[in-house]
Write a protein that binds this ligand. Sequence first.
Ligand code: IVH
Length: 671
Amino acid sequence: MTETMTAKTRIEQLRSELHRHNHNYYVLNAPEISDFEFDRLMRELQELEAQHPEYYDPMSPTVRVGSDISNEFVQVAHKYPMLSLGNTYSFDEVSDFYNRVQKSLGSEPFELCCEIKYDGVSISLTYEEGRLVRAVTRGDGVQGDDVTANVKTINSIPLVLHDEGYPREFEIRGEILMPWEQFDRLNREREAQEEALFANPRNAASGTLKLQNSAVVASRKLDAYLYYMLGDTLPDTGHYECLQHAAQWGFKVSPAMRKCNTLDEVFEYINYWDTERKNLPVATDGIVIKVNSLAQQRLLGYTAKVPRWAIAYKFQAEKAVTRLGEITYQVGRTGTVTPVANFDPVQLSGTMVRRATLHNADFMENLDLHIGDMVFVEKGGEIIPKITAVDLDARSFMMGEKVRFITRCPECGTPLMRVEGEAAIFCPNDVTCPPQIKGRIEHFISRKAMNIDGLGAETVDLLYSVGLIHDAADLYKLRIPDISRLERMGYKSAENIIRSIERSREVPFERVLFAVGIRFVGETVAKKLARAFGSMERIENATFEELVAVDEIGEKIALSILRFFSNEQCRTLVARLKEAGLQMEVVEDESIVRTDKLAGKNIVISGVFAQHSRNEYKIMIEQHGGTNVSSISGKTSFVLAGRDMGPAKLEKAQKLGVPIVDEDTFLGMIE
Ligand code: IVH
């Protein structure tokens, strides 16, 4: 056997083994091998595939890690429209549904299938010859976004079906979900990065599915349950039975499906899951009741919007009444002060709740809270409980004082301020107010800034509280023993932190500029400034006119930069960081050619390329003075198009008369 034959055989063997282990782990919840062994097999396959690109397979288990090639969502029409369900909120309405079905079927016996209503994002998957070919979102029900590349990263969705007997072509629909555990982790990370939090796992799943970078999607660890099969030829005559076949082929089908023959059985099912759902790892918002026989489903048909053969029963949002205790105030990293209501502990959706955010002064004022009030606390689809109202009947004249927003910062005592027309009240003392100092250090070490790993919010808090750091520059004075003798800090982790701090000296200037935390100077603005001025010193000395002359730098940003450098403490911080050896200027790579051949051109990239990756083309555009833009408009100079450019983009470009340029022509332009 030749060497390549061996490689091919091994690749095939690894792919099939990994598909099987994946299914065992993510669908059946019954792994046969350790995570370590799984990772080892995956790495072996990745290496072999890298050495043998000729055996590329878009269905390989390695696609689960995603790629950073930007995905463009092409609109795809659904073969069968994606309808929603009629909602009911009471047993009476469920009973009405049952009677309607019975009447329409002319007293013919029928079975119902009860299942859990998962609260995520609906998806339609198409399989051909046992392989996943397309994943499309619901969109407007008639057409949706093609999110195949992102969906392929979801481990519980089979790329290749096992077993036999699946139709040559079929569609299966289900719900993409972000498990609570992942949702909490993601929000913790976002909080650390000062990014807006997702209100609930549904929004988080939907936001994730629309990300351009499927490597990030992969890291978010979505899950999926499938609940509806469609096609010209299906494996069975009942809905429940079809899904049992789907489970055999490798799909994750809810184990909670149950066939019922009477209305009482349906109610029993609802009652059981109304409490039991709190123990599930994913969000649910009701029960779906379907007529099981596919022939009867056809007989019953559809109204304009919903099927007549199925209905949703929605669970009530959980409510409780409890006594309001004190109001505490949290000072965020940017100085914003948030009021928090503390109350007697109550049980809500299976967890003990003691406090709820009051968001801001207006929200608090509108509730008209008095200490000791009986308040209604609710936890719906949102993870964070909220106070929805005061029980005014329970208020007596003996009741405590009306709640008023504090006037001084609870952390540093500085009088609080409010910007006219804005909801937030904030502490203006950004120099010595502890949460603001810690917040700036956390921003400095964050991934997109200096990327100092091993150091998180907790360690920053610890180092600050023992007086080891007062600002970001102090990090560079730390030594291993300073850290290792602290509580819960071993020598090994201290060593890692120091190594990571050392490494950050190599972080390029543009990220240092982002890390120092000038208001309104985000990642992109920092890049523009670094490119335009070349060094911290030049930015420090730039005038207002010089700053606003830079592309995309407006008055607000320019003033903020001037304000930053006119502050003595900020200037000292920058000087000390320079002393610590951080990159304070752009290091030009001699091998990079820069021209202004594309100056003033707005370019959209679309499709798949043969000679360079999309990212490389993006960099080339910038190096030659052009600007990358994401969507086609009248201002687009041209579209750099590769293979398989999305049809929607093509049509738009043609309609607006935007020229399409291929790879070779483009390379000729910048030669
Ligand atoms: S069946 C034509 N089954 O709820 C009927 N839907 O409010 C197709 N959903 O769009 C839907 N769990 O996104 C069905 N077990 C389940 C479901 C379910 C969640 C979602 C689905 C649908 C929405 C309707």
